[in-house]
Design a binder for this molecule. Structure first.
Ligand SMILES: C[S@@+](CC[C@H](N)C(=O)[O-])C[C@H]1O[C@@H](n2cnc3c(N)ncnc32)[C@H](O)[C@@H]1O
Length: 382
């Protein structure tokens, strides 16, 4: 496919997404219907689609319209490729609208209602963080320290043409700078030497005070990213639970590949009390909008309020499962204060038997996704 035909394909995919399809579904459907498209074409179309979803507001301004055509034209204008819109062959039609240079929140691709809460949380970093969110996230791997060292994992990846560099956010973090598309087919991945995991997500796990022998529960395990990262750090009695058990379907196989043992629990209190309970709660996902840009535009004040209520309920339930003297970890991939520090302070106001031991916020300015993590200690006497 020519670059212009790829732009035209991206327009079609974006129109499906704007009609309500999930981005991944729309891309898969397009791929199935376009047998002529090679892997390079698919990757290029995907990149344009995701860029347009991340920068939906500013590209609509530049392209003169918020439909697929306008968004891809906005992308082409921002990246100096307007000549792709020639109307010749498979190229998109020549532009009829001039568009305009986006300004303020529009230029930052920030929904109006989110500016106040994000400015309140991020302060002087607000504009830089929103700018960073306009670009794709780096690809990070976690060296599985249960099986290898980070340096050996980097060497094993290099043997397969994948160039990785140690990243300062976490002792296990590797940033892939070349050959990222080969990772999932690599022997290093198949043998469990590395896992796909954001660097800040790894840093959150490093904040958990883990040591051999501890009885640990990952209360919101989902696919098990943090479960496996915790299990790799020490010889734990590791338990995983999720309200939607089907999310943990692959966790057994992933644990086996990683060489760690995890017990899946239908009921979180089945093995209580625990030395440490991690609650990686459902959240706005505002820290990972680079990877899931549809979430930025779909979030509403009502949804945010429902999420904060759910987070408070989960914290309260999980707190009861921690043994006296044990630890409750609280994590979100959010940059919004009501889900982070404010949530922890509200918990502490109601739970006099807990104290705050550590708290940290991560933003994309450090390279990884936006995250928040608090470590809460339960008093030793019940
Ligand atoms: C942010 S995701 C977890 C991601 C996972 N820890 C990881 O690192 O891959 C939040 C998870 O919480 C689960 N969840 C939602 N409500 C819950 C509840 N009341 N109790 C336990 N899990 C819940 C969701 O099903 C979802 O899988």
């Amino acid at each position: 496919m020519t670059p212009a035909a790829r732009a035209a394909a991206a327009i079609g995919v974006l129109d499906r997404i704007l009609d309500g399809q999930v981005a991944e579904v729309a891309l898969t459907n397009w791929g199935r219907a376009s047998r002529y498209a090679g892997s390079g074409d698919r990757a290029a179309v995907r990149d344009i689609v995701y860029a347009a979803l991340r920068c939906r507001r500013s590209f609509a301004a530049r392209g003169g319209d918020g439909d697929g055509y306008g968004l891809v034209l906005g992308w082409a204008r921002e990246s100096g490729q307007e000549a792709l819109f020639s109307g010749e062959g498979h190229a998109p039609a020549q532009p009829a609208k001039a568009g305009r240079i986006p300004e303020g929140l529009e230029a930052l691709d920030c929904p109006d209602w989110l500016a106040a809460p994000l400015q309140a949380s991020l302060g002087a970093d607000f504009a830089a963080v929103m700018q960073a969110m306009r670009h794709r996230a780096p690809l990070f791997l976690r060296a599985n320290l249960a099986r290898t060292t980070r340096d050996k994992a980097i060497a094993a990846l290099a043997d397969e043409g994948i160039v990785g560099q140690a990243h300062p956010l976490a002792a296990s973090a590797i940033e892939v700078v070349e050959g990222g598309r080969k990772v999932q087919a690599s022997a290093a991945y198949a043998e469990g030497l590395v896992e796909l995991q954001d660097a800040a997500s790894q840093a959150v796990v490093e904040m958990m005070p883990l040591r051999d022998g501890l009885r640990v529960l990952d209360y919101c395990a989902g696919g098990g990213g943090k479960t496996l990262a915790m299990a790799a750090r020490a010889r734990l009695q590791m338990h995983a639970h999720d309200a939607e058990a089907r999310r943990m379907t692959d966790l057994g196989a992933r644990a086996k590949r990683a060489g760690v043992s995890v017990k899946l629990l239908g009921k979180p209190d089945a093995a209580a009390p625990y030395d440490l309970v991690l609650t990686d709660v459902p959240c706005s996902g505002s820290g990972s909008w680079r990877r899931d840009p549809q979430g930025k535009w779909a979030l509403t004040p009502e949804r945010l309020a429902a999420l904060t209520a759910m987070q408070a309920a989960i914290l309260g339930q999980a707190a009861r499962l921690v043994r006296p003297g044990g630890v409750l970890g609280y994590a979100t991939c959010s940059l919004i204060e009501s889900e982070n520090g404010a949530q922890v302070r509200a918990f502490l106001a109601e739970h006099a038997d807990f104290t705050l031991e550590a708290e940290r916020r991560f933003t994309p300015l450090e390279g990884g996704d936006g995250f928040f993590c608090a470590v809460l200690r339960k008093t030793a006497t019940p």
